[in-house]
Design a protein around this ligand. Structure first.
Ligand SMILES: NC(=O)c1ccc[n+]([C@@H]2O[C@H](COP(=O)([O-])OP(=O)(O)OC[C@H]3O[C@@H](n4cnc5c(N)ncnc54)[C@H](OP(=O)(O)O)[C@@H]3O)[C@@H](O)[C@H]2O)c1
Length: 287
């Protein structure tokens, strides 16, 4: 989405710029004031917006955005985690405050984000439903899904009701339908939009609030009519949260889901593969 310029009004990168939001690697140099990390540390990170560019041999990252890599994960496994795990944490913990026993629907459970949200929601004690192909039922049940709705043969709105939270990563139609499976007072969080006014504040462009309000007016009106809440989530870098997540990965509560890896000189092929939207887990570029 960043490459296609979909957020360029709010999140502009001077061109040309290097893509890549996730990284796991070894610290080769530290600034004079850095105390929390040293050369040789194995770290993982999702560098903050405007400082991305991990499809590279080296990158400078603010220490507030990094944490020590979970010792139990290889670099390739660790590189598959930061963005999706932070997005999952920020949606389920920071925004939705999920408590044990609550009911959570995660769309596209077989994808990079979905497979992580399922695991974290399960870890938090939620009852987890997800949408995926029938062939993925076994895998997603093993990750912690209590119900897997085969989206090729069933409509999730026929199977589910009274949910506390829906995490939408598919957009328009799915987002609109998702509101009908929520209990009154429940909430839907979309990571693909439309962006809401709070997003303009998050990216430091409050003047864009009216534009965001306009873009999301239909969705927010529909949510109000149904007695539910709508919010857009655009995850942000957070090294402290990554340190918390590292403990969950080392404890075996969460595990990375990798689809496949590509060599560094195949980065364009890797991005094209992601773009097909058929990934089962994350795609990793190694060097
Ligand atoms: N705003 C944020 O902070 C944020 C954070 C993370 C991700 N995102 C966005 O979220 C979206 C998903 O990311 P991702 O990394 O999870 O993508 P991904 O790994 O490419 O997800 C692809 C998965 O979606 C499944 N899928 C496609 N159509 C489906 C449907 N109708 N019902 C159920 N599953 C379906 C596919 O299953 P099949 O192969 O079986 O078709 C595949 O497993 C992307 O647009 C990404 O940019 C946003």
């Amino acid at each position: 989405m960043v490459r296609n310029g979909e957020f360029k009004q709010l999140l502009s990168y001077p061109q040309p710029f290097t893509l890549g939001h996730d990284v796991a690697g070894t610290v080769t140099e530290v600034g004079p004031d850095v105390r929390s990390f040293k050369v040789g540390d194995a770290i993982w990170a999702r560098p903050r917006d405007h400082r991305i560019g991990t499809f590279a041999e080296s990158i400078a990252i603010d220490t507030a955005d990094i944490a020590l890599k979970p010792a139990s994960l290889s670099f390739a496994e660790a590189a598959a985690v930061p963005l999706v795990a932070l997005a999952a944490w920020q949606a389920l913990v920071d925004v939705a405050h999920i408590r044990p026993g609550q009911r959570v629907l995660v769309h596209a459970g077989a994808g990079g984000l979905g497979s992580t949200v399922i695991q974290l929601a399960h870890h938090l004690g939620a009852h987890v439903a997800t949408t995926a192909r029938g062939t993925d039922i076994e895998t997603l049940t093993a990750l912690g899904a209590d119900e897997v709705i085969d989206f090729t043969t069933n409509d999730f709105t026929d199977a589910l009701s009274d949910y506390d939270l829906v995490l939408d990563s598919l957009g328009t139609d799915t987002l609109n339908k998702s509101m009908t499976v929520l209990r009154r007072g429940g909430q839907v969080i979309s990571v693909v939009g439309p962006p809401d006014p709070a997003f303009a504040t998050q990216v430091g462009k409050p003047l864009f609030k009216p534009v965001m309000a306009l873009l999301s007016r239909h969705v927010r009106r529909r949510a109000r009519r149904l007695g539910v809440r709508y919010s857009f989530l655009f995850m942000h870098a957070d090294g402290a949260q990554l340190a918390t997540l590292a403990r969950l990965y080392d404890a075996g509560d969460l595990s990375p889901v990798l689809d496949r890896t590509f060599g560094f000189d195949q980065t364009l092929e890797a991005v094209a593969y992601v773009e097909q939207g058929k990934a089962h887990g994350k795609i990793v570029v190694t060097r």
